[in-house]
Design a protein around this ligand. Structure first.
Ligand code: F6R
Length: 612
């Protein structure tokens, strides 16, 4: 996590650094900082602040530092509390070497002990600070930058990316990458450094993605790239399409609300672009491979894992392929039995989530077919996997996933039907019908928000914001959806939300039912499952529970049992989660709003989880 930016070139750096940091705040936002070389006396100066980036910006009124070379950072703390001392940049003893860093230096404790016994005084509890002190020693030892850097990098363990600005080498910035992402935007007599190219989109579309285990020495008009042994590497600059206007909030009060409302067009855009794609080539597989598939393995974290759990129903019902779903963080440490007739599909909005990326690396190292469904074409996972399917959700800025979830479900549902077509399980006509069903689900998603908008804002959100705990229930395909709903509520409102498979209620959780713990139950549009859910709802009501139900038109028995009910038009049962998503998100959003939460940037979170 953490956002790293840097600039060296013909202009003053501060504007870009602040703009870049504000665009990368999704990677962490508990403190921020900047270091630059003062143009007059070539001294390294810095400014840091606890809290949101705005606090740093305000400090510029009293300390207007600027320069033609600078680095900046927005932090999601891993080592050490949130404080000004622990904010980056971090420095050596002389404060002439500054470091901004994303990732974890795993052997920082050993290094720190050695450096402390050699007389170095540390000012923070971060792992980052060891890099600066260690480089300080190595520069004395080697008397030259290049060998000092190579020795430094060889001793650092973990997954990390950092940028370094040194007073004694003021016309250069050094960047190092091991597993965590880092890229350089190439301009006219200027270079932009960032963890994510979103930081410099609109300024240049020429990008060098640092290869894994490489470092670069950057001046305003030159990049020298090396592997960790100091061998020169070729510079492969790519032209990318970036659109910073996509990440503007427009007339909406928050990014999350904007992104909730974008879902209908995202689903339609996805369907249109998938239809036009050469899907098997994109996924790095052949039609024969798809025809002979025995299993599918889906790997993801968080909301993307919920999308995968829902998609398990798609693949097993439509494609008749046994499908397993793994949490990436667990997959990596479980025995691995490579399956040759299987597709290992990672699902990740960012394409950077460390656990998923590592799981993908493991799959590849075992020689299995791998692909990723992601929202970011330039992401590490796209480069890592054999192939990819892009979700076209556009930049998702709010930390809590909304439109990327529906885009993933759309991609997975469409892909599943395409596989079924390839395997002759469905006809071309049914394929077209599945695309129309997706467009219908998109329509329902948005209409449902509109139908309940006023009631939620004026009544329901105010009423439910006063409760301290919620229980979420779902069954069959609505169980993983309920898991996603519970995650959404806890993330943005901080209300404790626990989710169970409805059938499990009587095996213990029923002890929690009382009038003060509302139960939110998501129905299924399947007659057998529906009847079971009615029984579960009755179990809640007969214990004086308060029941909020998301039901489908015609589910009268369930509707009657509810204290509060949202009724959704009937739809293909497998697409019920998409149809319900907008309303569910809007409801929890309004509860968080009543509570005055910082919805786009909830506490303790970061959008891109690039640490394991
Ligand atoms: C929750 C949320 C997270 C992410 C998870 C995986 O709203 O956004 O749970 O889904 O961190 O991230 P990606 O999809 O980028 O791999």
């Amino acid at each position: 996590m953490c956002g790293v930016v840097g600039y060296i070139g013909k202009s003053y750096c501060r504007d870009y650094i602040i703009q870049g940091l504000s665009r990368l705040e999704y990677r962490g936002y508990d403190s921020s900082g900047i270091a630059c070389i003062e143009p007059k006396d070539k001294k390294l100066v810095f400014l840091k602040s606890e809290g949101r980036l705005q606090n740093l910006i305000e400090k510029f009124n009293d300390f207007p530092i600027n320069g033609f070379a600078g680095i900046g950072h927005t932090r999601w703390s891993t080592h050490g509390i949130v404080s000004q001392q622990n904010a980056h940049p971090q420095f050596d003893c002389q404060k002439t070497i500054s470091i901004v860093h994303n990732g974890i230096i795993e052997n920082h404790n050993d290094l720190r002990l050695k450096l402390e016994s050699a007389g170095h005084i540390f000012n923070s509890t971060t792992d980052t600070e060891v890099i600066a002190h260690f480089l300080e020693d190595l520069l004395v030892l080697h008397k030259a930058l290049m060998p000092a850097l190579i020795s430094l990098i060889k001793c650092l363990e973990g997954a990390y990316a950092f940028a370094c600005l040194l007073q004694d080498f003021s016309d250069q910035i050094i960047v190092v990458r091991k597993r965590s992402p880092l890229c350089i935007g190439v301009g006219q007599d200027e270079m932009f450094i960032a963890s994510d190219l979103l930081a410099f989109s609109g300024r240049t579309n020429k990008v060098l993605f640092l290869p894994d285990e490489s470092f670069a020495i950057i001046t305003k008009d030159l990049i020298q790239l090396f592997d960790f042994n100091g061998n020169a590497l070729p510079i492969d600059i790519k032209e990318v399409i970036t659109d910073s206007t996509l990440s503007q909030m427009g007339a909406y009060e928050s990014y999350m609300l904007k992104e909730i409302y974008e879902q209908k067009s995202v689903i339609n855009k996805c369907v249109t672009s998938f239809k036009a794609s050469n899907i098997w080539d994109n996924l790095g597989v052949t039609p024969e491979f798809i025809k002979n598939l025995d299993t599918i393995n889906l790997i993801a974290c968080g909301t993307s894992w919920h999308a995968a759990k829902i998609a398990q129903f798609f693949f097993e019902k439509i494609c008749l392929i046994p499908t397993r779903v793994f949490l990436a963080s667990e997959f990596r440490y479980m025995p691995f039995f490579p399956e040759t007739k299987s597709l290992y599909l990672a699902i990740s909005q960012s394409g950077e989530t460390a656990d998923t990326l590592e799981a993908l690396a493991l799959v590849k190292s075992m020689g299995c077919a791998s692909a990723v469904i992601t929202n970011v074409a330039s992401s590490s996972m796209v480069r890592q996997a054999d192939g990819f399917l892009l979700t076209h959700a556009g930049p998702e800025i709010a930390v809590a996933s909304t439109k990327s979830f529906t885009a993933q479900l759309t991609a997975l549902y469409w892909l599943c039907n395409k596989m079924a077509l390839e395997k002759s399980i469905i006809t071309q006509k049914e394929m077209i019908a599945s695309e129309e069903d997706l467009r219908l689900a998109a329509e329902i998603l948005e209409n449902c928000i509109e139908n309940y908008k006023i009631k939620i804002i004026t009544d329901l959100a105010i009423k439910y914001a006063s409760y301290k705990h919620f229980i979420f229930l779902g069954r069959h395909i609505s169980y993983p959806f309920a898991l996603e709903a519970a995650l959404k509520l806890k993330e943005i409102s901080y209300i404790f939300s626990q989710c169970y498979a409805a059938g499990e209620l009587k095996h213990g959780p029923i002890a929690l039912i009382d009038s003060q713990t509302p139960v939110i139950l998501f129905s299924c549009f399947d007659s057998v499952i529906y009847q079971k859910l009615v029984s579960n709802a009755q179990e809640v009501k007969s214990r004086n529970g308060h029941l909020i139900v998301f039901a489908f038109e015609g589910q009268t028995e369930l509707i009657k049992l509810a204290d509060t009910v949202f009724v959704i038009p009937q739809i293909n049962p497998l697409l019920a989660p998409i149809a319900m998503t907008g309303l569910m998100q809007f409801f929890v959003y309004q509860i968080a709003k009543v509570l005055g939460r910082p919805i786009d940037r909830p506490r303790n979170l970061a959008k891109s989880v690039t640490v394991e």
